[in-house]
Design a protein around this ligand. Structure first.
Ligand SMILES: Nc1nc2c(c(=O)[nH]1)N=C([C@H](O)[C@H](O)COP(=O)(O)OP(=O)(O)OP(=O)(O)O)CN2
Ligand SMILES: [Zn+2]
Length: 138
């Protein structure tokens, strides 16, 4: 899977880390305008998470790659619509990107070296992806 293209975002952080995670999951969009997407179907989503920071942890990691995996493992081999995170918004590619961004950003706040989430890219299939970003807190 690891042949991702990362749209670059200008920043002045010393470190930039990128992690790709595959998620096999099903979803559907119950909205009347969603067409065929109203039927449950599955994808192998590729979630590309970009973190930045100036300080490393004592381990020498900005964030352990394995810990980043853990942020989204709850969604693997699941029906995304069943998760409370998607009670208020449909698990569209956009909704997944925004939800994962906030899961990651909240977890990073607990880390002493204060890494930041620059963006979350969710690729649904070879022709379609969405990126979610927010202004970085200083
Ligand atoms: N903006 C969005 N549009 C669509 C989404 C989405 O999440 N955000 N999702 C879907 C469907 O869930 C489906 O997974 C994608 O449908 P598909 O027909 O595969 O999409 P394409 O038409 O882009 O496929 P091609 O590769 O171009 O045939 C639909 N839209
Ligand atoms: Zn889909």
């Amino acid at each position: 899977m690891l042949f991702q293209y990362y749209p670059s975002v200008p920043h002045s952080y010393k470190f930039e880390l990128n992690k790709d995670i595959e998620l096999a999951a099903a979803h559907f969009n119950p909205h009347e305008s969603a067409g065929a997407s109203r039927n449950m179907h599955g994808h192998t989503f590729i979630i590309s998470i970009t973190l930045v920071g100036n300080e490393l942890q004592d381990s020498g990691f900005l964030v352990n790659f394995g810990v980043i995996n853990e942020f989204v493992q709850r969604f693997d081999f699941s029906v995304l619509n069943d998760h409370p995170e998607f009670a208020e918004q449909f698990p569209t590619t956009e909704g997944i990107a925004k939800t994962v961004y906030h899961l990651v950003a909240d977890a990073l706040k607990e880390m002493p070296n204060k890494p930041k989430c620059l963006q979350v890219l969710v690729r649904e299939n070879p022709s379609s992806y969405v990126i979610y970003r927010e202004a970085l807190e200083t």
